[in-house]
Design a protein around this ligand. Sequence first.
Ligand SMILES: *Cc1c(COP(=O)(O)O)cnc(C)c1O
Length: 447
Amino acid sequence: MLLFLINQIEEGEEMPLLFGTAKFNEQKHLTIGGCDTVALAEKYGTPLFVYDVEHIRQRARGFKQTFNSLGVKNKVIYASKAFCCLAMYKLLEEEELGCDVVSAGEIYTAIKGGMSPENIEFHGNNKTSEELAFAVDQGVGTIIIDNFYEIDLLSAILEEKGKKQEVMFRITPGVDAETHDYILTGQVDSKFGFDVASGQATDALERILADEHLVLKGAHCHIGSQIFSAEGFLAAVEKMLLILNEWKQSFGYSVDVLNMGGGFGVQYTKADDPLEPEAFVKAIVNAVTGQCELLDYSFPEIWIEPGRSIIAEAGTTIYTVGSQKSIPGVRHYVAVDGGMGDNIRPALYDAQYDGFLANRISAEPSEEVRIVGKYCESGDVLIKGIELPPVQAGDLFAITSTGAYGYSMANNYNRNLKPAVVFVENGEDRLAIRRESFEDLIALDCQ
Ligand SMILES: *Cc1c(COP(=O)(O)O)cnc(C)c1O
């Protein structure tokens, strides 16, 4: 039956892009992690985020095991901002990943979720003194210093508490991931980190080394996001090691850790063609090996911070189709029961997504439609143009690869409720985040 169905699809139109354990069953329903999404929609309502736990594990292991198989000391540190909740931190602990956080709220959630504080790395270009004090009190493993203000602030907090803190510092090496070139604008013109070209990074190094409260582990850079090829990382490794080697010559300081950040690309649509996690790791390790040999620099531990590449493709959003508006000769709009409140990326930066009917995959003749949400903004568009068979109210529409920067950027615009999030694995479903209620919605309001 499944084979017949696939043959039928191939004659009519292309098979949709499916990730991880996603497939279609005999009822022509989308299943993920062995769970029928039609049944999940009935059980939990829509919009619903469905996360394929096996796919998350595979991605995590793809990074981790490649480093291990190459015999390279490493830390794979998941970037919480892509998506986090208690259940996610539990999963990260199981897979022996650390996490990076960018607020006290993320630190709090990570620790509540069972993440060991020493495996937490604290980032941010404007950490408040309260947040830094909280991080120190909680025993956060590494604070990534981003600017001169933070050196003084953190040092004063540590002085008062009589503590020392392991830190790294973020530098902007001036590599543009898009052009794979060293350039002087672009990455240099960033609100994050210490600039290399103007000498700020070297000043920062001297000040951190001179500070008795700060224990410097190494240097960090993050060159961009949704990067498809290894070249940007290779250029960054080369540039970082040149800088590190200069510091070794001038100050006799060598890093223990080189942190290459995140930004590994994923597939949102068929047009996207990123490398596999394994290939990124191999390329980075090769480049570090080459540069260290060339410069006679001792091989550092390598840390990376993948966010999107661990969680994006594992997530699928299931919506219910409601109203439609067809303007003859102009456009056919299909509205779903979510939108920019659960996925602001298309409205925010014109992000592209793929989707299909989850309750009846079909090869019927299709028409181009625009998938819009229910929010009071004309910009509330999820997919600008997609070929779909005739759609009816009550159909389930799935948008794939919504796992990163979807729920984590969710909001209550129009006082719509945030969706539920369900984790599926081996035919079992469990609620990771319950759907918001009206009571939740007014919980902060005062009368
Ligand atoms: C956002 C961010 C990441 C993760 O980026 P992805 O594109 O989700 O992999 C990692 N490190 C830093 C410093 C970041 O700002």
